[in-house]
Design a protein around this ligand. Structure first.
Ligand SMILES: [Fe+2]
Length: 388
């Protein structure tokens, strides 16, 4: 009784070693003939972007590349990318890279077919028209952006991280190829790995969770929890990389449908004010915010702990949920995730000056409203201080 499941996912999702080699064939299948490849300088220099563009060219698709993306995605990058897209007369977009190129490409794809401006689409379901078809190829595990209907773009005129959710942001094809993550450096592996674990945990305890997203989220938590330390210690551990990519994809599918919660709500203002990458600002907050949230959903946090093998079936919910937070603390320590106060560019004076505004921005994003325990602005400030 009362069961209600809604799922919004890309029509084609491919997960596995080597699936990115099918980009040309799948782009052709989607009816594309001129594709804008959106990526970043790291992917160009490593040859990965060129290799994927080569697969498109082999299939008879004309490509142009936009790679002028440095750090977190901004409205400026989107505008510049749309210009290249128009020059190329592209009928589709392929994104290859971490969350920044993927999120930028999503915005470029919808700005090709909508009048904008992009900030007009901030929030939920505001984009009028579908975008150009998008093929998303992540090289980290990961933001899960390849399977989500969300993009987060910084509005450079106001220093606000805009969360935009719309079914029109769903990629047409997701190609989650763990082989592309083998060269992901240890620090980035850790940050985006904890971010993906955050997606799993937050979607499982979210007020919008449903039985399908629950299955995705628990499986993701198990895969990520068991493999993140391994992948950071040895980037070439293919078994660990493969598990993490599947975990990140499942976690993305979970949160895109069940929403994220307080960690992400509090993380975006840190990124906007201090230009801290998304994965890192979430990783920093996860243990502190989870500990505070436990009382809102003991049984749910306990279920995650049991799935991750942190507590036996006979442990009480109280014991199991505490074991989860202990593990989140240990994981951050083992992976070398810093404290909030240790982040590059974050000074105590600047932080104290803006933390009230950050708390208001966190609440305004809507994400904290889905947390099992919903904070006031004062409580959010106290949580920021605890994470310091
Ligand atoms: Fe995230």
């Amino acid at each position: 009784m009362g069961l209600s499941v809604e799922l919004h996912l890309p029509p084609d999702i491919h997960v596995g070693g080597g699936v990115s080699e099918r980009a040309g064939e799948l782009a052709k299948g989607a009816g594309l003939s001129r594709v804008l490849v959106v990526t970043d300088p790291v992917m160009v220099d490593s040859g990965v972007a060129g290799r994927i563009a080569g697969h498109l060219e082999e299939a008879g698709i004309a490509t142009a590349t936009f790679s002028d993306i440095h750090g977190e995605p901004t409205t400026d990058y989107v505008d510049a990318g749309v210009e290249v897209l128009r020059e190329h007369e592209a009928d589709g977009v392929l994104a290859v890279g971490g969350g920044s190129p993927l999120d930028t490409a999503k915005a470029i794809s919808i700005m090709a077919t909508n009048d904008g401006p992009l900030p007009a689409y901030l929030g939920y379901h505001k984009i009028p028209n579908p975008g150009l078809p998008l093929i998303a190829v992540p090289t980290t595990a990961g933001t899960g952006s390849e399977v989500t209907r969300v993009t987060v773009i910084t509005d450079t005129s106001r220093d606000v991280k805009m969360m935009i959710l719309s079914d029109h942001l769903l990629p047409r094809v997701a190609l989650a190829d763990y082989k592309l993550t083998l060269t992901c450096p240890p620090g980035l592996t850790a940050n985006v790995g904890v971010d993906s674990l955050t997606h799993a945990i937050e979607s499982y305890v979210s007020a919008k969770a449903n039985p399908v997203t629950d299955g995705f989220a628990l499986q993701a938590a198990r895969l990520i929890g068991a493999n993140l330390r391994r992948a950071q210690a040895n980037g070439n551990d293919e078994e660990a990389r493969e598990a993490l990519m599947l975990g990140a994809t499942l976690a993305g599918a979970a949160f895109s449908n069940a929403s994220v919660a307080l960690v992400h709500g509090m993380s975006r203002p840190i990124g906007a004010h201090f230009h801290v990458p998304h994965g890192l600002s979430n990783a920093v907050l996860l243990p502190t915010v989870t500990r505070w949230s436990l009382d809102g959903a003991r049984a749910r946090y306990a279920a995650i702990a049991r799935e991750m093998g942190l507590a036996g079936a006979d442990a009480s919910d109280e014991e199991a949920s505490e074991a989860l937070v202990d593990e989140l603390d240990a994981l951050n320590a083992d992976l070398g995730v810093p404290r909030l106060g240790q982040l590059d560019g974050v000074t105590r004076e600047h932080f104290d000056r803006v933390k009230g505004d950050m708390a208001e921005a966190a609440l305004a994003s809507g994400s904290p409203g889905f947390n099992p325990r919903v904070p006031t602005a004062e409580e959010i400030v106290a949580l920021y201080d605890q994470a310091w």
